[in-house]
Design a binder for this molecule. Structure first.
Ligand code: AQP
Length: 333
């Protein structure tokens, strides 16, 4: 039997954070052996906010190297740039004509980003979830491993797919979000009530997965906590400490309860150092591999080319089916 398909991606904005790693990439790694996985640098999504072209190009290549450095394996998974597979844009147009302005304007991310970028309220910002639906539906994806912030968009992709299947005939697999039980939302180190965001203007608010050991240690030491000096998981009253416990338990592969016991009676200073050390150890091989890969751009671009070819082959099958069903004239072969 064919393996079920997994699709997921990260947009090349800011830098890949520990939040992206724990919320998404750790699951991607686990799924590589048992599923047909496609992991994409969703560069078309990144255009919804201003990009300086030279920086944008460099950052996208750096993200690609970071994907491989985390352990995503091109022998097992299809790894590519979204803009190299034109079917993403082609399916988006068809889905646009089957999506409603009302449902798109209700999306939380659209409302947040409209507030953050009032000078650039472009159509892409509103259309982002339709492009994301096309990304997912093109490959007949069953599971979409994402953090909790993307759940609403996966639900919209399900709605759009169901609507299309009902209007024409069964065409798309209906995807499910795949969200980690712990770590689905890692919080900012400077404001533990808001998400760790990769475009945060304050670099102390996030850990980049290729940060140096010194930077990681310093950022954890400065992490905002509370003043009652008790290491206990309580997201309402102790969001900072709870976030650090979540991070620690994820990177050391232990439970929150065991982590609480380990640090019972210890001070915040000691705890923060231990969390920093655990993250440094977890990310050390990623940083080392990343440096090697960035010195071998030809290799990176060959992987990207092979990935795009394979993705495009799969995507064309779905797109031809869609074009036939909606009544486009078939080109002569
Ligand atoms: N803090 C987080 N905790 C857990 N999961 C997270 N994800 C993102 N932040 C966290 C998951 O990572 C994947 C990629 O998400 P994205 O490309 O949309 O990036 P982002 O980090 O969500 O982007 P930001 O922070 O909102 O910055 P900009 O402004 O650049 O877009 C997704 O699976 C997401 O759930």
């Amino acid at each position: 039997m064919d393996k079920k398909v997994i699709f997921s991606g990260i947009q090349p904005t800011g830098c890949i954070t520990l939040g992206n790693y724990i919320g998404a990439i750790q699951n991607w790694l686990k799924l590589q052996d048992d599923y047909k996985c496609l992991y994409c640098i969703v560069d078309m999504h990144a255009l919804t906010v201003h990009q300086q072209p030279a920086e944008f190009r460099q950052r996208a290549v750096s993200f690609f190297a970071q994907y491989l450095a985390t352990g995503l394996d091109p022998e097992k998974s299809t790894i590519y740039f979204q803009s190299h597979v034109p079917e993403h844009a082609q399916l988006t147009w068809v889905l646009n004509c089957n999506s409603y302005i009302g449902e798109l304007s209700r999306m939380t991310q659209f409302k947040d980003k409209s507030r953050k970028h009032p000078d650039n309220l472009n159509m892409g910002l509103m259309d982002y979830p339709v492009l994301m639906a096309a990304d997912i539906l093109l490959y007949q994806t069953s599971l979409v491993p994402v953090g909790i912030d993307q759940k609403q968009h996966v639900e919209l992709a399900r709605d759009i797919a169901t609507r299309f299947n009902n209007k024409y005939s069964p065409t798309f697999t209906i995807p499910e979000p795949y969200i980690p039980k712990s770590g689905a939302k890692i919080f900012s180190l400077q404001d533990p009530t808001s998400k760790m965001s990769k475009s945060d203007v304050d670099p102390n608010a996030y850990i980049a997965i290729v940060d140096s050991a010194e930077d990681i240690a310093r950022k954890f030491k400065r992490a905002v906590t509370d003043s009652d000096n008790e290491i206990r998981f309580d997201e309402v009253n102790k969001p900072g400490i709870s976030n650090l416990l979540t991070i620690y338990s994820n990177v050391t592969d232990t439970t929150i309860e065991k982590a609480e016991l380990e640090f019972e009676g210890k001070g915040y200073g000691e705890f923060k150092t231990a969390v920093g050390d655990a993250v440094i150890e977890k990310l050390r091989p990623v940083r080392e591999k990343y440096t090697d890969l960035m010195n071998n751009k030809d290799y990176l671009m060959q992987i990207a080319k092979d990935g795009a070819q394979e993705a495009s082959y799969m995507a064309r099958k779905t797109l031809s089916k869609v074009y036939r069903k909606i009544g486009f004239v078939e080109p002569k072969r």
